[in-house]
Design a protein around this ligand. Structure first.
Ligand code: GLA
Length: 407
């Protein structure tokens, strides 16, 4: 009998051979259980630059509790460049600027934790940070221990003033230092995509920046910074590198910042969710409109970003003035985002069976318009049992649909 034959055979096969022929399990060196879904939080840089202090951080936390951001999943409070004193102390230890952080970082970390958040901090792999504060070069192990002793849960490590250093090796050193410090810390590699970190970042950190810095405009471009449409463009083809525990990072959110229209904030947020991007709010959450709050806290859109399948979405169609991005979700569902990249309103007519991704295991789907919070109906792709769907999409806005298979 087949079963007994198999049993007998396995009995005689030495263990070493069984191990040799075991299917290779795709575990990265860093498969430490952190960042199984893209990290979410708030980061000081996009709005406040180096102008940060304890008061701002505490007010931000209070606001995020009141406005529902904490409950929506934004948990890392990240102090970007400028929290440090201009120089290390006489023992070489990195220290916070004493006037702006009078109670020190351990106390701030305790406060952050007591409010149900996690503590994130920024520093740099070079001799100085981009804003000219002490960097970590040559101090990796002592700094990692210091951060661990403050209760840091997340570090964004930047790439200014690194000279000719090898990026992979340099980040590896800090990664090893964090590991040696013994505290689980999410490691965010921020070298702007210069050395293709998607090819080596997975075994070193949990996320890596893919481009230069984002600014709050749709498609403008400056020397070091890019509007989010340019950043989106740069993500094409990177989808295969992302997955649970290791994410492409197209930079922090500009949602709610003054250079974007409401539609551009909504579409920016939507597309970052399609990309399974880390969601780091970068606005002044103490003073935001209800519309912006509703974007940042929309649970159905966030669920697309945080879907446990952990697949980054990709561009399915690119035509002048419009594009379609899709993201596979768990249990056979799909998120589909129609993006009007033109400056005039787009009249859309969707014939469902043109969405070839929906053809396969399932035929029948429930279709939901997420931003309008409206169930559009049920379609049967195989029987072509539906009417074409027509709608208008405002300039730079999106239509976000979710397709959930049904029996
Ligand atoms: C770099 C990073 C930014 C920010 C600044 C701080 O430009 O890419 O995200 O951290 O440094 O100086």
């Amino acid at each position: 009998m087949k079963t007994s034959f198999t049993k007998k055979l396995s009995f005689y096969i030495p263990m070493s051979i069984i191990i040799l022929f075991m299917p290779s399990i795709n575990l990265s060196a860093l498969d430490d259980g952190l960042a199984r879904t893209p990290p979410m939080g708030w980061n000081s840089w996009n709005t406040f630059g180096t102008n940060i202090d304890e008061k701002l951080i505490k007010e931000t936390i209070e606001a995020m509790i009141k406005n529902g951001m904490r409950d929506a999943g934004y948990k890392y409070i990240v102090l970007d460049d400028g929290w440090e004193a201009k120089e290390r102390d006489k023992n070489g230890q990195i220290i916070p600027e004493p006037k702006r952080f009078p109670n020190g970082m351990k106390a701030l970390g305790d406060y952050i934790h007591s409010k149900g958040f996690k503590f994130g901090i920024h520093n740099d792999a070079g001799t100085r940070t981009c804003a000219d504060f002490p960097g970590g070069r040559g101090h990796e192990y002592e700094d990692a221990r210091t951060y661990a002793s403050w209760g840091v849960d997340y570090i964004k490590y930047d790439w200014c003033n690194t000279g000719k250093a090898n990026a992979e090796e340099t980040f590896k050193t800090m990664g090893a230092a964090l590991k040696a410090a013994g505290r689980p810390i999410v490691f965010s590699i921020c070298e702007w995509g210069t050395n293709k970190p998607w090819e080596w970042g997975k075994d070193i950190g949990h996320l890596w920046r893919t481009t230069g810095d984002i600014i709050d405009c749709y498609n403008c471009q400056a020397v070091y910074s890019l509007g989010w449409k340019h950043i989106l463009e740069a993500q094409v083809g990177l989808e295969k590198y992302a997955g649970p525990g290791h994410w492409n990072d197209p930079d922090m959110l500009e949602v709610g910042n003054k250079g974007l229209t409401l539609a551009e904030s909504r579409s920016h947020f939507t597309l970052w969710c399609i990309l399974a991007a880390p969601l780091m709010a970068g606005n002044d959450v103490r003073n935001m409109s209800d519309e912006i709050r509703d974007i940042l806290t929309n649970k159905e859109v966030i669920a697309i970003d945080q879907d446990v399948l952990g697949k980054q979405g990709y561009r399915m169609m690119d035509h002048p003035g419009k594009e379609i991005w899709v993201k596979e979700l768990s249990n056979g569902a799909w998120a589909v985002c129609f993006h009007n990249t033109d400056d005039v309103t787009l009249e859309m007519k969707i014939t469902w069976d043109h969405l070839w991704i929906l053809k396969g295991k399932h035929n029948k789907y429930k279709v939901r318009d997420i931003w309008n919070k409206e169930d559009i109906g049920i379609i049967d792709i195989q029987k072509q049992d539906y009417e074409d769907f027509k709608c208008e999409i405002a300039p730079h806005d999106v239509l976000l649909l979710k397709f959930t298979p049904i029996k």
